[in-house]
Write a protein that binds this ligand. Structure first.
Ligand SMILES: [Zn+2]
Ligand SMILES: [Zn+2]
Ligand SMILES: [Zn+2]
Ligand SMILES: [Zn+2]
Length: 270
């Protein structure tokens, strides 16, 4: 392939710079308008197929890189060896493919190649490949989308679960506090009741003391003797009262305790 497509190769050989209008792949060079006419008339080149430069420039680079002459012998490819699946020039055939059997003229093979089954097949296979790739890509893209949806849904569920746990803990706290208040109130009531009866006894004792004091100061010996019987009875009664209090364990110091571990065992394995 010539380094400069746009310059006429023939004229450049004579150090003249002219713009090429066509490309001859067999000569592998561009031709100006004038040289094109010579090229078409000369016996050596009149069979060469030429293309417009503008058209040639549109060919993909992979095509432009494919050489149409044998690099080893610098001769035009003319034969195709089926056994080696390779194009050969005349010399190649003589040197390497003489015994290969199935050798075809390239001109025969290239006729109507664009409408051949093989060409159609390649076209079809490419279309199928492209379709398959598209389908696989779409599938994967759908997966990415659905993963995102999964994530969003689960995140919402986690947050909702947290609210449920919060609510549950609120209820638990409320019921525990309610229970605590009830226990305290019940124990308070019991102790208050006891305090009332103790205060009643204290009043009685104080009255006894006052009476005994008055008797000591003002009563006669006989009055004192008789009154003492009553007061002694009161003292005995009160002693019995204290004894009964102690017996009934009413004097125990009451406390309320909270067993957190027990609660955890109950509520943590939600
Ligand atoms: Zn020229
Ligand atoms: Zn040519
Ligand atoms: Zn060759
Ligand atoms: Zn061969």
């Amino acid at each position: 392939m010539s380094s400069n497509l746009t310059v006429c190769g023939v004229c450049e050989y004579s150090n003249i710079k002219k713009i090429s209008v066509v490309w001859c792949s067999e000569c592998d060079e561009g031709l100006c308008e004038e040289c094109k006419v010579h090229h078409a008339a000369s016996k050596a080149t009149r069979d060469h197929s030429i293309v417009q430069i503008s058209k040639y420039q549109k060919l993909p680079s992979i095509i432009l890189k494919i050489t149409q002459t044998c690099s080893k012998h610098n001769e035009k490819y003319q034969i195709f060896c089926k056994k080696h699946d390779s194009p050969c020039c005349r010399r190649c055939v003589v040197e390497t493919h003489d015994n290969c059997g199935e050798l075809n003229a390239i001109d025969d093979l290239t006729q109507n190649v664009k409408s051949s089954n093989a060409f159609l097949e390649v076209e079809q296979m490419l279309a199928e490949l492209s379709e398959n790739l598209q389908r696989i890509r779409k599938g994967r893209q759908d997966n990415v989308k659905s993963l995102k949806e999964n994530k969003t849904k689960i995140e919402k569920e986690i947050k909702e679960t947290r609210i449920l746990i919060n609510n549950h803990l609120d209820e638990l706290q409320e019921s525990l506090i309610k229970e605590l208040y009830a226990i305290e109130e019940k124990e308070n009531k019991k102790i208050s009741c006891l305090i009332s009866s103790i205060q009643e006894k204290e009043r009685e004792i104080t009255e006894c003391q006052t009476n005994l004091d008055k008797i000591k100061q003002n009563a006669s010996d006989l009055q004192t003797f008789l009154a003492m019987k009553h007061i002694q009875q009161d003292v005995t009664n009160n002693e019995q009262f204290i004894e009964s209090l102690l017996k009934e364990n009413n004097m125990n110091h009451v406390t309320i305790s909270f067993k957190r571990e027990k609660l955890w065992k109950l509520y943590l394995p939600l």
